[in-house]
Design a protein around this ligand. Structure first.
Ligand code: IMP
Ligand code: MG
Length: 449
């Protein structure tokens, strides 16, 4: 598809990419006419690289090197990229990816060309909706084991199947532990050229998007350290806008302390298989939800209703970012009867009447939907003026009762989650991130619960 599209429009290169489930990075699914180096350059941060496309616009860039919408102009220059045409891939009214065309010489794309690209984008969207690509993309988020299936594709791997060195793996555990986003070897920097060809490159071990710096891990071998120092110096000379740090584990812990990350203690990680959502991903999404809700309820007074205790983190963060006058109320429930046929009982009722009020039910997670269904019926019986639902997590695959969800933070896979308010047997609520939990990894026996 990339090849035919490039040919049809007289372009030298074409790249088709999709947003990851957190809607932050563009992952390649197909490309033509672009070098491996270009595809392996720093990951395309969707909000920084031609962000207008994310709003559904078709964008034409006449001169990539001079245009501020281009995230890495020096690379575009080295790759001889002049003009770019970028179009959103839309599904169900949302942007899910992008298609971009590149030319070596300055090129003017006509209205017909733009329409053509939009059609190609639509066809890609249909393909995704018809699930082939969808499954492929999803498998990229199921952790290290299944990632290897994607190896043949020119994707930027967020989680490599293997690390070059055990110290890197340890470092990743540390980063995950502190909920810091990272990318492994995302970009190769040319350091030396001869006869117009690159003869030396340097690929730093990690990039931390939150802090916008690269990290090269140091080892104990002095000969390697000297060589790395030389490369880092050279990189700083050639790419003064890049920030890179040469670190060992202790340096890094000191750096974290400086950035205000406390030490949590190793015990907290036991049982957690992987971090599904980092604290900063959650924060960004919560802010976006709060913005939408504030807009939808403009001029109104909102009553937020939460069910204890899982919702505590989400409720406080959401409230903080709402720009409306709000009041908040909580209920508590308990389940009795068997696992098979649980019955819900209210153990703490609302403090104030909701009759005639605009009510937003705030939930941490909707799983089978039984709890929410019960509570919505209960609230509805008190005749609120309006009643809507906002949930941070939607475990849709497990739904038994069809409940309407008006605001959803993240759709998540069918796995057990802990952290950010969610518990396993009362514990783990105080983690700042959301991770997938396996009791057997924590040495906990399910039958003792
Ligand atoms: P539902 O009635 O099946 O939708 O269950 C909803 C409730 O089950 C939530 O409010 C949580 O308290 C709990 N729950 C469901 N899935 C998870 C999970 O993955 N981690 C922690 N609690 C969960
Ligand atoms: Mg709950």
């Amino acid at each position: 598809m990339a090849k035919s599209t490039a040919k049809a429009l007289g372009a030298n290169g074409c790249r088709i990419s999709f947003l990851d489930t957190q809607r932050e990075y563009l992952t390649n699914v197909g490309a033509h006419g672009l070098s491996d180096f270009y595809l392996k350059k720093a990951p395309l941060d969707a909000r920084k690289s031609i962000p207008e496309v994310l709003d559904g616009e078709v964008v034409y860039i006449a001169d990539a090197i001079k245009d501020e919408r281009i995230q890495h102009p020096q690379i575009a220059k080295a790759q001889r990229i002049s003009s770019i045409l970028a179009a959103p891939i839309m599904a169900k009214g949302e942007v899910i990816g992008e298609i971009r065309l590149y030319t070596h010489d300055p090129h003017i794309f006509s209205e017909d060309d733009k329409n053509f690209v939009v059609i190609v984008a639509n066809i890609s969207a249909v393909l995704v909706e018809r699930d082939e690509l969808h499954r492929l993309l999803e498998s990229g988020h199921k952790g290290v084991k299944e990632q290897s299936k994607l190896a043949q594709l020119p994707t930027i791997s967020l989680r490599p199947a293997e690390f070059a060195h055990p110290s890197e793996e340890e470092f990743v555990r540390l980063l995950d532990f502190y909920q810091i986003e990272w990318l492994y070897e995302p970009r190769a920097f040319p350091l030396r050229w001869e006869n117009g060809g690159i003869v030396e490159m340097f690929t730093p071990d990690f990039y931390l998007p939150e802090f916008d710096f690269y990290i090269e891990l140091t080892t104990l071998r002095q000969d390697l350290v000297t060589e790395k120092n030389r490369k880092v110096r050279r990189l700083k000379e050639l790419y003064p806008e890049i920030s890179i740090k040469l670190l060992n584990k202790n340096d890094f812990l000191r750096l974290l302390a400086k950035y205000g990350y406390g030490s949590l203690g190793e015990a907290k990680l036991q049982g957690i298989d992987r971090i599904l959502l980092t604290h900063s991903q959650i924060q960004r999404r919560v802010k976006a939800l709060a913005r939408r809700i504030s807009g939808d309820y403009e001029g109104k007074h909102l009553v937020l209703v939460g069910v204890l205790k899982g919702v505590i983190f989400f409720m406080t963060d959401l409230m903080e970012h709402l720009t409306l006058p709000v009041t908040v109320d909580f209920m508590a429930i308990s389940y009795y009867g068997g696992e098979e046929d649980p019955v819900v009982k209210i153990t703490k009722d609302l403090d104030s009447s909701i009759t005639g009020r605009d009510v937003l039910m705030v939930e941490d997670i909707v799983d089978t939907g039984m709890t929410l269904n019960y509570i919505l019926k209960y609230l509805q019986a008190h005749a609120p003026a309006s009643l809507r639902v906002c949930t941070l997590l939607d475990k849709r695959a497990r739904r038994l009762v069809d409940v309407p969800l008006d605001y959803v933070g993240f759709e998540i896979p069918d796995e057990f989650m802990v952290g950010y308010g969610l518990d396993y047997d009362g514990e783990y609520r105080n983690l700042r991130f959301i991770g997938t939990f396996h009791p057997e990894l924590a040495g906990k026996d399910e039958s003792q619960k």
